[in-house]
Design a protein around this ligand. Sequence first.
Ligand SMILES: Nc1ncnc2c1ncn2[C@@H]1O[C@H](COP(=O)(O)OP(=O)(O)OP(=O)(O)O)[C@@H](O)[C@H]1O
Length: 226
Amino acid sequence: MIHFDRVSKRYRAGADGLRGVTLNIDEGEMVFVTGHSGAGKSTLLRLIPRLERPSGGRLVVAGVDVNALARRKVPLLRQRIGVTFQDHRLLADRNVFENVALPLVIAGIPVRERSRRVQAALDKVGLLNKLSALPQTLSGGEQQRVGIARAVVNRPPVLLADEPTGNLDPGLSAEIMKLFAGFKELGTTVLIATHDLNLVDSLGYRTISLSNGELADDRPANRGEL
Ligand SMILES: Nc1ncnc2c1ncn2[C@@H]1O[C@H](COP(=O)(O)OP(=O)(O)OP(=O)(O)O)[C@@H](O)[C@H]1O
């Protein structure tokens, strides 16, 4: 589903984000990406929906050569990739329903279908009772779940999460990971960048480690042993 072939990313300032990373992620896999601060985790994620472009190598996502894609087709690629961030990036002046509906508005989905899908997404993350709440009235964990609902409302085959539990306590972090695992069980390919090694180790999914932009380790899932 996601194929990195000797992918490099050098930023204009001269920093190497990624260096020659080769990596294959199958459809329906859930994979953690770990590594020190500045190791290249965010860079790896940001290349997938072409929020950044590789400086070298080839990246293919869902059959699409990302770097070769015509600019007018990038929105179509992005519709197939849900993204969540540590800081949620919710719109403060829109309520929960409106925030989650945003990708559907952009995709031109009719109002009635929009409403159905937003409610389905909020149901999955357990927030159907918060439709008209403004983001700042919610807890950190709830805001993160709104961000996840927004990321999955288009039913994308690929879901990316950059430090989704960065500000949460261990109990809430585990709950968020359970949500991601639920989407994996439904067939979504899930890629999660995180510093939280305890959580990663306890869950037993495939884990990729980056170090100074290079692939340092690729540990297969060991969930059978749990
Ligand atoms: N927009 C940018 N412009 C210039 N350099 C950048 C940019 N984004 C990242 N870098 C550099 O690329 C390298 C990898 O950064 P990246 O953010 O991908 O690491 P990370 O593993 O996600 O780090 P963190 O855990 O701190 O978020 C670092 O040296 C960083 O300074």
